[in-house]
Design a protein around this ligand. Structure first.
Ligand code: UFG
Length: 329
């Protein structure tokens, strides 16, 4: 199929593009390269450096290429930044997405897989979290993603567009070629592996007084390759009439920050010095996915669920790319 991947030069988009190519799809990547990396686009994919705010450019892309489905990953993803600059997040994560939908409608492209997030649930009342749990985002990032889910819902009603919103939990790990390279990096596993490699002196642990076994926050870490696999399953899902719905993507198992660090120590053999810091504002104590809907409707199941494997893949990638894609340029 001809597939357009927005944000295909970013962390998840790069792995997704690689996997789509392996399956024989023809992939067009659009990315404004503000946070993505040219080097992260798999050979053979057609990278068009364009911003989703540029409606005429989008129209040209749809006119000139055979596109049958869209996978929309381009977004700003920093929770912290979103609280300081909400306008930027609604502009990029909602308004630019509407531009994309308008271009799709104009060119009769009827299917879109949207990269959503567990942040749409906010602080959950109970875990594991199913898709029917209350949607109460506690930060602008989560609300911008939820807003775009609502946009998709109304476009489906009005125009017959079909969408699948994939609510990622904590995506981590790497393929053998592509991994996480954010500046600044805020996610735990990339920071842990950098600490293991001595790129970071000491790992901050944000809060040890949560109501959890060891007092640190619990998250559901899901391998980036499994996230890519869910996008393929979503494409099939449209054919099975499973569109116009949201699906949680996680492993259904939670690990505390200290458990992640301990596992990383085992995997890497490094000490990983830590310092205990105050809580990071806005961190829910526990996020664990109930992914039964994705299993039942899309036939998706995580294939790389062991935390050791997730961390090991991130560590191997970081060793090959000290300082990230652009280092030494
Ligand atoms: N943490 C540390 N030290 C660090 C970094 C993180 O202790 O240096 C802790 C955090 O406080 C949190 C846990 O590790 O308790 C996980 O933090 P991450 O930043 O890795 O991930 P989050 O759960 O905050 O957020 C991630 C994505 C969001 C997404 C969310 C959905 O970054 O974009 O998952 O679950 F919305």
């Amino acid at each position: 199929m001809g597939i357009l991947v927005t944000g295909g030069a970013g962390y998840i988009g790069s792995v997704l593009t690689e996997e789509l190519m392996k399956e024989g799809h023809s992939v067009i990547v659009i990315d404004n390269l503000s946070r993505g990396h040219r080097e992260a686009v798999a050979a053979g994919a057609h990278l068009i450096p364009v911003d989703l705010g540029d409606a005429p450019a989008l129209n040209n892309i749809f006119r000139r290429n055979k596109i049958e489905a869209v996978m929309h990953l381009a977004a700003y993803t920093s929770v912290e930044q979103s609280m300081k600059e909400p306008g930027k997040y609604f502009q990029n994560n909602v308004v630019c997405g509407v531009n994309l939908l308008e271009a799709m409608l104009r060119h009769n492209i009827g299917r879109i897989v949207f990269s959503s997030t567990a942040a749409v649930y906010g602080e959950p009342e109970k875990v594991p979290i199913s898709e029917d749990s209350p949607l109460k985002p506690v930060n602008v990032y989560g609300d911008s993603k939820l807003t775009f889910e609502r946009v998709l819902h109304w476009y489906a009603k009005a125009y017959g567009l079909e969408y699948i919103a994939l609510r990622y939990f904590n995506v981590a790990g790497a393929s053998s070629r592509f991994g996480a390279d954010h500046h600044p990096e805020t996610n735990l596993i990339p920071i842990v592996v950098r600490a293991a490699l001595g790129e970071i002196e000491c790992l901050p642990v944000f809060g040890t007084d949560y109501d959890t076994g060891d007092g640190t926050c619990i998250r559901d870490y899901i391998h980036v390759l499994d996230i890519a696999g869910a996008h393929m399953a979503a494409l099939e899902g449209f054919n099975k009439g499973k569109g116009n719905s949201a699906y949680n993507l996680g492993n259904g198992e939670g690990f505390s920050v200290m458990e992640v660090i301990e596992t990383a120590r085992k995997v890497t053999g490094a000490d990983i010095p830590v310092k205990i810091c105050p809580r990071r504002p806005g961190d829910p104590a526990r996020l664990i996915a109930d992914y039964n809907r994705a299993k039942d409707h899309l036939g998706w199941q995580p294939q790389h669920s062991a935390l050791e494997d997730i961390i090991k893949s991130a560590w191997l990638w970081q060793k090959k790319h000290p300082g990230g894609y652009d280092a030494g340029r």
